[in-house]
Write a protein that binds this ligand. Sequence first.
Ligand code: URA
Length: 206
Amino acid sequence: RTKPSVDTPPKASLSKLKKEAIHCRNCPLWKNATQTVFGEGPAKARIIIVGEQPGDQEDLAGRPFVGPAGRLLDKALAEAGLDRSKTWVTNAVKHFKWKPRGKIRLHQKPSAGEISACKPWLLGELRAIHPEVLVIMGATAARSLLGNKIRVTVDRGLIEAPEIAPQVVLTIHPSSLLRIRGSDEERAAAYDAFVRDLRLASGRPG
Ligand code: URA
């Protein structure tokens, strides 16, 4: 495998990174979050999947993608022939950003500063695992790893970014599927396109 030439300090083990991330104060998001939600999966994963940030349920559980978006991701991964338990699942930002709205904690988009404050953890995960395939889901993860110019809906699919992983797949975030207000057909088409993108990561497109 080729090692990604990401510019992080000396390579640290996943368990060391996870322990250190518990106390992260690189940005203010820790103040309103229950806990740091680090990535999870096998250290030898062939595939890393990156989302935006933990949601309400992930913040409480301390695990990524266990809420509604996570259930949809699990289903889509299975349909694409991928076994989630063999992948490393993580987020660009590791604390839940929210504001109160009545009884619920309303999700807020992380800022550019918060994304870059959290980037060392993501790069640390990449360096420790150096996966063959990196799946980048949604604008926040794309911004973190591919910069501001990339547009998920325009550039989705296989991306040339050999400095981060031999194969990089850019796709939509599964939460966006939950927000589609259109017809059942529109929703189904968007979901199918997501599964098609994930299939690129399985090495069995088609
Ligand atoms: N959305 C994300 O981006 N990550 C999660 O872990 C859950 C929902």
